[in-house]
Structures are given as structure tokens and as C-alpha cells.
Ligand binder design. Structure first.
Ligand SMILES: [Zn+2]
Length: 379
């Protein structure tokens, strides 16, 4: 009894204590104060692994009681290191854990950049962007199975295959084309057209939320829309009135006593005198071959070809009046011939500077081409 207590005293005084050796196979990897301390260290090593990996990596050590000195007992950190160093299945690495299962692990921490790049792949520049993986993806520094270790290239291929949802709030300015409003007025003749207010495009600022799955737009929601600049409607004043006919013209028209060069019902006016393009005659569209009559008796002073008028006839009447019939298909009179009112002098065609069958009819008063409309009962 005395002897034993003497030994205990000696042990306490010299720092000698009981401990446990931890053996993997036959090799002592650590000396611990208790099995619980080992279990704590082992739990730290296995904590970053999923169940399946943890069971693969688990080693059941053999414990043996030993007498040692206090400062030779390993700390928990040292035990962790010893477990990792002596377990060929385990490696310290960065693991990618997808839906609570270890997908793979890599050396170092460069994989964080790959994850970041994947998340930002579909960001819209200048927008307020957010993104997330469709799966629950975690990156953890810890201990993993060596067999789960891959190189960065393989890691990148895997990460780039992960489905990403990107939400971007984009603000953009959209140009709104101006509208045009025609104001008709009978106070101006047909063919009159004047822009009284210049149109200006408007600008609308739109804020939209764009959701993309792997870069493909899956939805667009307008969050707000604000007019930055109102569009200005272009206003055009358009004449619908008849051409003004002076008393002098009325008198001239009456004294001229013309008939219409094409029978009623066989033509349609396709362009009036003036018509916003300095048109110096009136165009009567009619079928090719429709007869053209002399509007009044007179003398043919021209019957021939001109690159603009095509085949055309000019007849000189009394009182300084002349009439021209252009773009004819065929001429029925020659220069110098005398014609009576109503004589057929040509047929309708589309010769010369013309885009369709019509008679271009001119009335020339003392060398000036005037509006022929009133002379043939038109405006
Ligand atoms: Zn014409």
C-alpha cells in the first residue's frame, strides 16, 4: 500500500501520466489522452465528407494503454494531422459539394475563380446582376477522398456544366418614333403639302428584369417605364382644295372652247398640273390605243419623237393658244396638217419619259404652259 502510493507520487511529481497509443496497422500514429480525444480529431477530418466518402475513408485504430509524460501527449490539431498523414485515402483539398454530395475536390483554391466566372458568365454589363446555381453548390476547404481529386481542367468542365440562373435588372433608353398627323385644308390646292411642325422622336427609359437560364432568356418583366422626352407629332398641312382659277383664266377657258382630248369615262386623272412636282400638264391615264382628239381646230406645228415627250403632237389654235399631246403610242397626223375639233390625232401610249399608258396634255398660252384642267372641264 505504501509502496503503491509512493509510485503514484513519483509519477505525478515527474509529469509521467497514462496515455493511449493510436495504431494504424502496426504503426503508432499518435498518443492521445483518451479515445474520446481521438474520436474528436477523427470527426474533424471526416466532417467535410459526405456519408459515403466518410465510410470509405474510416479507419478503426487500435488503442493501447501506455505510460508517457504529459508533454508527449498529442494535441487535437496534431492528431488531425496524423490521421490525414497516415490515411492514404484522405487529402486536404478544396471540395465542391453539390446537393450535399462531394462532386470532386481539387488542390489549392483556384476553383473559387472558376465558380465565380461561371456565376458571372451571363451578367449584363452596366446592369444590376445576381446569379445562383440551380443546384445547392458549396465550396469547402477540408479533408476529402484522394479518389475524388481532379485537375483544374476537369473541374472547369464540370463547373461550366452547372445550370446557372441569372437575374439582371437592365435600364435602357428606347427611342419612340414620332407620329405624323395630316391636317387637311380646302384652302390649299390639292398637291400642296407643308410640314408645319417638325416631328421629333421621344425617349422612354425602361427598367426590365431579365431572367436567364444558362444565358437563354426565360422571362422579361418590365419594372418601370418613364418618359424622358415626349415625342413631338409631325404636323403636315395637306391641301384638298381646287386650284384657284382666276377670272382671266375663266374668260380664256370660255373663249378657247376646248373639248376633252379623251372621251369621258375612258380616262382617269393620274396627275394634276403642279402636283407638288412642277408638273406642267395634266395626265389622263387610259388604255393603250385609246383615241386622242384635237381639243379645238388648228394647225399641227409638231408631230414627232422627243426623248421626254415620246411621240407627241403640238397644235396651234387661235389667240396664241397651243396644245400638246404626249407619250402617244401612234400619231395620226403630220406636221403642217390642218385639223378640226374632235379629229383623232394620236392614240394613248407610254413612249418617252413615261411609266404607264397615259396622255400628258399641255395648254400653252403665249408660250407659257398653264393649268390645262379648267380648259377641259377639270380643276
Ligand atoms: Zn404628265
Amino acid at each position: 500500500m505504501l509502496a503503491i502510493s509512493a509510485v503514484s507520487l513519483t509519477i505525478a511529481a515527474s509529469g509521467v501520466t497514462f496515455g493511449y497509443t493510436v495504431r494504424y496497422s502496426n504503426e503508432v500514429i499518435a498518443v492521445v489522452s483518451s479515445e474520446a480525444q481521438y474520436d474528436k480529431a477523427d470527426a474533424i477530418v471526416l466532417s467535410s465528407m459526405d456519408k459515403e466518402s466518410a465510410s470509405k475513408a474510416a479507419i478503426s485504430p487500435k488503442f493501447g494503454i501506455t505510460l508517457t509524460v504529459k508533454n508527449r501527449l498529442n494535441t487535437t490539431e496534431e492528431i488531425v494531422d496524423a490521421i490525414v498523414d497516415n490515411n492514404d485515402e484522405i487529402v486536404a483539398a478544396t471540395g465542391i459539394i453539390v446537393n450535399d454530395k462531394v462532386a470532386f475536390c481539387v488542390e489549392g483554391e483556384k476553383v473559387n475563380e472558376l465558380i465565380d466566372a461561371r456565376l458571372k458568365a451571363y451578367f449584363v454589363e452596366g446592369a444590376d446582376n445576381k446569379s445562383e446555381f440551380a443546384d445547392n453548390v458549396k465550396v469547402e476547404r477540408g479533408y476529402f477522398l484522394k479518389s475524388d481529386m481532379v485537375d483544374l481542367e476537369t473541374a472547369k468542365a464540370y463547373i461550366d456544366d452547372l445550370s446557372v440562373k441569372t437575374v439582371s435588372v437592365v435600364t435602357s433608353q428606347v427611342e419612340i418614333p414620332y407620329e405624323t398627323k395630316n391636317i387637311k385644308t380646302s384652302e390649299k390646292p390639292r398637291g400642296y403639302s407643308l410640314i408645319t411642325t417638325k416631328g421629333e422622336n421621344g425617349i422612354t427609359e425602361k427598367t426590365e428584369e431579365i431572367v436567364k437560364i444558362n444565358g437563354e432568356v426565360s422571362s422579361t418583366t418590365e419594372l418601370s417605364s418613364k418618359v424622358i422626352k415626349e415625342q413631338v407629332t409631325r404636323v403636315v398641312t395637306v391641301g384638298t382644295g381646287v386650284n384657284y382659277v382666276s377670272a382671266t383664266t375663266k374668260a380664256n377657258v370660255a373663249s378657247a372652247g376646248f373639248i376633252c382630248p379623251i372621251s369621258a369615262g375612258k380616262y382617269k386623272v393620274s396627275a394634276y398640273y403642279g402636283d407638288g412636282r412642277n408638273h406642267k400638264g395634266i395626265d389622263l391615264a387610259a388604255n393603250r390605243g385609246t383615241p386622242i382628239f384635237a381639243v379645238q381646230a388648228g394647225k399641227v406645228t409638231y408631230a414627232g419623237w422627243d426623248s421626254d415627250y415620246g411621240y407627241n403632237v403640238v397644235i396651234e389654235h387661235l389667240n396664241g393658244l397651243k396644245t400638246r399631246y404626249a407619250h402617244a403610242n401612234a400619231l395620226c397626223v403630220s406636221k403642217g396638217a390642218t385639223v378640226a375639233q374632235g379629229d383623232m390625232i394620236a392614240t394613248v401610249g407610254s413612249t418617252g419619259w413615261s411609266t404607264g399608258n397615259h396622255l400628258h396634255f399641255e395648254v400653252i398660252v403665249n408660250g407659257v404652259r398653264v393649268n390645262p384642267g379648267p380648259y377641259i372641264g377639270l380643276r
